[in-house]
Design a protein around this ligand. Sequence first.
Ligand SMILES: C[S@@+](CC[C@H](N)C(=O)[O-])C[C@H]1O[C@@H](n2cnc3c(N)ncnc32)[C@H](O)[C@@H]1O
Length: 270
Amino acid sequence: MNPPDKLNHSYDFDHYSELHKKEELKRLYFQATIFKQIETDHLMQLGVDSCKTVLEVGCGAGFVSGLLADIVRHGDVHGLDSSQSLLDVANKIVKPVHPNVAFYLADACCTGRPDACYDFVYSRMLYQHLSDPLAALREARRVTKQDGRVCVVDVDDDWVMMYPDCPSFTKLNQLSSEFQKNNLGDRRIGKKLPYLMQEAGFSKVRLDVKTVSSFDIDPKLFLDITVKFKAAHTQCGEAQKLIGDIYSFVTEAKHKVLVAASVFVVTGTV
Ligand SMILES: C[S@@+](CC[C@H](N)C(=O)[O-])C[C@H]1O[C@@H](n2cnc3c(N)ncnc32)[C@H](O)[C@@H]1O
């Protein structure tokens, strides 16, 4: 696969400090681990276990590619990402335990893969970072076989909440959404995905909104995954202060606090 000529997105691991890189890898690992059962059940429902060729676009450090490789026991999983540093981690940590996985440097809009070569194409938490999500969906459709499926999972900041109301939480979400918008991303992409899929030419488009909350996961761990990274991501001192306020708020509110976020899971058939 050809390396991307030009990147145009709101997630840049390579610009994080060494400390933030470590924290981000930990977050991606926890995110993949904590939701492993929900994600496995969903992928099994989509029949991914009988696929021979699977592509994960925006695979990052490859933790979800590893999960896909466990499901696709008799096939191959390809993970592609635009960050060589994250792919280096994937090759070091995930590849040795999953020989049926291979990682490639490429852009979501220009994968360099042949037409119609995958049974299933998956992307998780990628589309919010893309300047042209429609082009990426068209590319995913191009590389998927006839009757194969593409599934995109992403957030929508209109569907996150904290109870009791915490102004710092609201402000941080605003800052993060604005940052991403200024960098050609979109943290409110969830609700747009089903229509974008139809526009990209998919049939049988289905939307499933799944809500995860701190009722099932320790509230601080939930914040570690969904909130803490926003200081590094937005590169903004105000965000760091707001995050401190949110953790204090949760400590003081004790058992009464509830944080919830919905993820939009959209599937289409070629
Ligand atoms: C939040 S991470 C999610 C990683 C992984 N999907 C997961 O859920 O753990 C977003 C990933 O998208 C990648 N990415 C962003 N823009 C991209 C693009 N245009 N093409 C390919 N990958 C891209 C980033 O490098 C990063 O690895």
